[in-house]
Design a binder for this molecule. Structure first.
Ligand code: SF4
Length: 307
């Protein structure tokens, strides 16, 4: 185990950090929710999606976003539209808080009149646009220009808190999120970590079913404590087996391989009897089915190792 492993709180050492970064990006790229604004790097549709999703669930935004872009496909087209029509569109699609429609229209006007039709590319410059706060500016800088900082929203805080035991403190989250992001990869990284928080590490976590790539290092997965700043009490799900799985993964990460009689007592202090070898074999078979662990029978001994 690394000197600064998750047991002590904080991010692991650099070599482990690289593996943590790569496995998350691979996990994201292998499969993720396909929102249409993730298929473009044009800042205008990305800004529209960000403004719409501030108050509306993503699945509902999809239709409104497509209709909006059909009506006003560019910042120029939006700037040329009467403001009343944009506000009416917002109301008709129940996107909430009509001022956002006015701000979006105003931002399009700024782009045309003050920026010659070209979006600024940094989070700081994007914040000059009407209604664009730090979060939206950073999202547009990341997703359009691959030029953003690490996103820190509720989902990301939950992930950092659980996985690396980062204390519930905004400055600590900001630092950890920034240190965790691979340099120059804000587009894929911010998408990936938000996907992790949305799909795997939700309020009730789906560590195994979502194939979370961080189980090997995750503090919560090992300890079985899945509370988080926005999850004050233990979410109601069968956590203890997950905890045992976490311990198997952690023990096998520490040693190259272990025989069952060496592994068992590292997983539970009461190893033996009903929770003895047969129980451990069941746990290992699950982990093997999930592609995490390899089991080998050699010289009348069964040996387990990480896959
Ligand atoms: S292992 Fe579970 S708790 Fe840990 S980061 Fe993954 S989904 Fe979240």
């Amino acid at each position: 185990m690394s000197d600064s492993g998750p047991d002590e709180g904080g991010l692991p050492a650099d070599d482990t950090l690289e593996a943590i970064q790569e496995t998350l990006i691979e996990w994201y790229e292998a499969d993720h929710r396909e929102y249409p604004w993730r298929q473009t790097d044009d800042p205008y549709p990305i800004l529209v999606s960000e403004v719409m999703s501030q108050q509306t669930q993503l699945d509902r935004v999809v239709e409104a976003w497509a209709d909006f872009l059909e009506e006003w496909p560019t910042a120029e087209a939006l700037a040329a539209a009467p403001r009343g029509e944009v506000v009416a569109f917002w109301s008709d699609h129940t996107l909430g808080y009509n001022n956002r429609a006015k701000y979006l229209h105003e931002a399009a006007t700024q782009i045309v009149e003050d920026y010659d039709g070209t979006f600024p590319e940094t989070p700081a410059a994007l914040q000059e646009l009407m209604g664009v706060g730090p979060y939206t500016a950073n999202a547009v800088a990341s997703f359009a220009f691959n030029n953003g900082d690490a996103v820190v929203d509720t989902n990301v805080k939950r992930v950092l808190y659980r996985a690396f035991d980062i204390p519930d403190d905004d400055a600590a989250f900001e630092t950890a999120a920034a240190d965790l992001m691979p340099a120059g990869r804000s587009r894929v990284w911010n998408n990936a970590i938000m996907e992790l928080g949305g799909v795997a590490c939700g309020k009730t976590p789906n560590c195994d079913t979502a194939g979370c790539p961080w189980r090997e290092w995750c503090h919560a997965y090992e300890s079985g404590d899945f509370t988080a700043p926005d999850v004050p009490t233990q979410p109601s799900f069968e956590g203890s087996r997950r905890q045992m799985r976490g311990r198997v993964i952690r023990a096998l990460g520490e040693y190259d391989e272990l025989t069952l009689d060496k592994l068992g007592p590292r997983v539970r202090v009461d190893y033996g009897g009903e929770t003895g070898e047969e129980w451990l074999r069941g746990l290992l078979a699950d982990l093997s089915d999930d592609g995490l662990v390899k089991i080998e029978d050699t010289n009348e001994q069964t040996v387990a190792r990480l896959r």
